[in-house]
Ligand binder design. Structure first.
Ligand SMILES: Nc1ncnc2c1ncn2[C@@H]1O[C@H](COP(=O)(O)OP(=O)(O)OP(=O)(O)O)[C@@H](O)[C@H]1O
Ligand SMILES: [Mg+2]
Length: 245
């Protein structure tokens, strides 16, 4: 049985159609990469899984339950976590306060303390900075905090929206290695939106490609790496942003 399944999901923002009936499924333990150009619906797909955006039609199944109408906190409590776009850490708050927010759906104080200790163990740099204001940390440290905060809810699935955005090439490699570690060491299933297709597919098992709200391609990571249409989706982004030529 798949861990999560999106069936024919449609999402609109007023007149704007963001998703035109997409299908996506993930097995437990997979790293799946969601690729696509600007405005193709990648973040909307993530937000739909988290319940931050509600589909006009279609269904989401999670761990055998239909969760399409579940509110976000219930989804988080049941094992879905997120590392949102632009990290969204709480800058004026300390590292520890940020981590505790990640456990907001958990009522068990002992468990919260245990999870906090686990994060400090996994990310010693956060332990050294537990009282530091999060906004004063480097980009790489803030990304580490965003991962640790997601882990505080004890997730089985983490949705990561462009986790390497704005990081230097060296840090990008570190973040991708850290994602692979979470998957391998903790068995966490990961759905990752990434603009750097080649890099993302190097750690992913499978991938999907979105184009203006339609899922146009999916397959094993190695297959997608060889596919010219993946390059197309990737170029779509760079040209739109004026980042090349
Ligand atoms: N809150 C919103 N209100 C209105 N339209 C929205 C909203 N959020 C997203 N959209 C629109 O939905 C479409 C898909 O947006 P989405 O953010 O999912 O794309 P994306 O693939 O994540 O793009 P990017 O690569 O730029 O992050 C876009 O046309 C966008 O303008
Ligand atoms: Mg996005």
């Amino acid at each position: 049985m798949s861990l999560i399944e999106l069936n024919q999901i449609k999402v609109s923002y007023g007149m704007v159609k963001a998703l035109n009936g997409i299908d996506l499924m993930m097995n437990s333990g997979e790293i799946v990469c969601l690729l696509g150009g600007n405005a193709s619906g990648k973040s909307t797909t993530m937000k739909t899984i988290l319940g931050l955006v509600h589909p006009t039609s279609g269904a989401i199944r999670w761990d055998g339950h239909e969760i399409t109408t579940w509110p976000t906190p219930r989804r988080i409590a049941s094992g879905i976590a997120s590392v949102p776009e632009a990290r969204r850490i709480f800058g004026p708050m300390t590292v520890e306060e940020n981590l505790l927010i990640g456990a907001y759906t958990c009522r068990d104080r002992h468990l919260i303390r245990q999870r906090l200790a686990e994060q400090y163990d996994r990310f010693p740099r956060l332990a050294e900075r537990r009282t530091q204001t999060a906004g004063t940390m480097s980009g790489g440290e803030q990304q580490m905090l965003a991962f640790a905060r997601a882990l505080m809810s004890g997730p089985r699935l983490i949705c990561m929206d462009e986790p390497t955005m704005g990081l230097s090439p060296k840090l990008v490699d570190e973040v991708l290695a850290s994602i692979a570690d979470l998957n391998r060491d903790l068995g966490i299933t990961i759905l990752m939106v990434e603009q750097q297709a080649e890099l993302a597919l190097s750690i992913a098992h499978r991938g999907y490609v979105l184009a203006t709200g339609d899922m146009v391609l999916s397959g094993e990571a190695a297959e997608l790496l060889d596919n010219p249409r993946v390059q197309e989706a990737y170029l779509g982004r760079t040209i739109a942003n004026g980042e090349t030529e």
